[in-house]
Design a protein around this ligand. Structure first.
Ligand code: PLP
Length: 407
């Protein structure tokens, strides 16, 4: 592997490369799965440890403050008003908490979503059938690569309670027409929960302008954090409307009163928190959110479109099958392409520190991010071609590498 040289030149975003040590040792194209670790994340984790070691129980004061700080830091990135975001460990937990707010005993008992949603999200909503939900999965179009707003809108009617919807659909990095789907849902009185895991950090996002009822995501991937720092946004006018059954003592308006037996919900976002928050996760996610939050989202998007186009052009020149959208309106931050033996080539790429991943039926998924140079886009594709031509795609070795199976 030869690390591509990257000079800031005309691209000011490249100045941030020095904040990410891994970029010096690899060609990093896997930010849709796990963003590059910021240098400052280690210091923040050490801060958490020092508080624990030196301050014992009194560490809870800064630790609990960090929960609100983490939520506010993220909320600013996606246009959430102050006090409308809470931290939860992951999107699956967020969905379970939201699902536990709903009652399916009336005529409005449908959950409607596309088959392109992230599987974990589907598992949570499928389980709601046991509580009386009528769960409708809308088939995707174009061999599963596209979720037309028209098909989703047609499935949403007065029986629909909630629509879980990804702003960028993970497998093929497809952007559906969120505005049209939200409009239809609201027209018939349904709620929308927007999964922004694959959008925040790489696209400009404004939950207030979108008008969604709920939104969620996590810090891993485009926000360059580690696992455990997911988040939930609740539109301010809904805040006290819901009382999640999935709850815990930090959801109480006065947790340290230890009152019994029934929950008395907090009147702020902590009512959705449940049990003891994953404090260490807030610390490790801080640096990535600060770095991304300080950058203009429009500049990140413009660069992403330019570099994904560069890769798409090469994919087409090489005769690979492009599975992610070509057009800019529907194109997320990831280029997905396939060819015979792509799984083994992906494993070989990861061995050589050209980080990417592979999904069966989709192919190699690779993503430039704000810290990526054009030269790295080219050297990544050169390596794909070299490995394919060297027969790596035909070798038995490498299938099932961690790079090929991580989220
Ligand atoms: C769109 C989307 N939603 C959710 C997740 C992850 O869900 P969780 O936070 O529950 O692990 C991912 C990827 O890991 C994703 O791409």
């Amino acid at each position: 592997m030869t690390a591509a040289t990257a000079s800031p030149g005309a691209d000011p975003l490249l100045k941030l490369r020095s904040e990410f040590p891994v970029l010096e040792q690899s060609v990093y194209m896997v930010s849709h799965s796990l963003g590059a670790m910021p240098r400052a994340a280690e210091a923040a984790m050490a801060e958490f440890g020092t508080l624990w070691r030196e301050r014992s129980i009194t560490a809870w004061e800064p630790w609990l403050a960090e929960v609100d700080l983490a939520a506010a830091r993220l909320g600013r990135i996606f246009g959430a008003p102050a006090g409308s975001v809470i931290m939860l460990p992951n999107v699956s937990t967020v969905m379970a908490v939201l699902a536990s707010c709903l009652d399916y005993s009336g005529k409005r008992n449908r959950v409607v979503y596309s088959e392109m949603e992230f599987p974990s999200v589907s598992y949570v909503w499928q389980a709601e059938a046991r509580r009386g939900a009528d769960v409708v999965v809308v088939p995707a179009q174009d061999g599963g690569r596209r979720a037309d707003a028209a098909a989703l809108c047609a499935a949403i009617d007065e029986r629909t309670m909630i629509v879980p919807l990804s702003q960028v659909m993970f497998r093929y990095s497809y952007i559906p027409d969120v505005a049209a789907i939200v409009r239809r849902a609201h027209e018939v009185g349904a709620l929308v929960v927007l999964d922004m895991y694959q959008s925040v950090g790489v696209l400009p996002v404004d939950v207030t302008a979108l008008g969604v009822d709920f939104a969620c995501g996590g810090s891993v991937k485009w926000l360059c954090g580690g696992p455990g720092a997911g988040y939930l946004y609740v539109r301010p006018d809904h805040l006290t409307e819901f009382a999640p059954r999935v709850t815990g003592w930090f959801g109480h308006h006065h947790p340290f009163a230890f009152s019994m037996p029934a929950q008395e919900y907090a009147a702020n976002m902590w009512r959705y928190l449940g049990g003891t928050p994953v404090i260490a996760a807030m610390y490790q996610a801080r640096a990535g959110a600060e770095i991304v939050g300080a950058l203009p989202a429009a500049a990140i998007r413009a660069k992403s479109l330019r570099q994904t186009q560069r890769v798409i052009d090469r994919v087409e020149r090489e005769g690979f099958t492009l599975n992610s959208p070509r057009d800019e309106v529907h194109r997320g931050g990831t280029v997905v392409f396939d060819f015979a033996g792509a799984d083994k080539v992906a494993a070989a790429l990861n061995q050589a520190k050209f980080y990417c991943d592979h999904r069966p039926g989709a192919g190699i998924r690779m993503s430039p991010h704000f810290y990526t140079s054009d030269g790295e886009c080219d050297s990544f594709m050169d390596e794909v071609v070299r490995l394919r031509d060297s027969g790596a795609g035909a070798s038995a070795a490498g299938a099932g590498s961690y790079g090929g199976s991580a989220p």
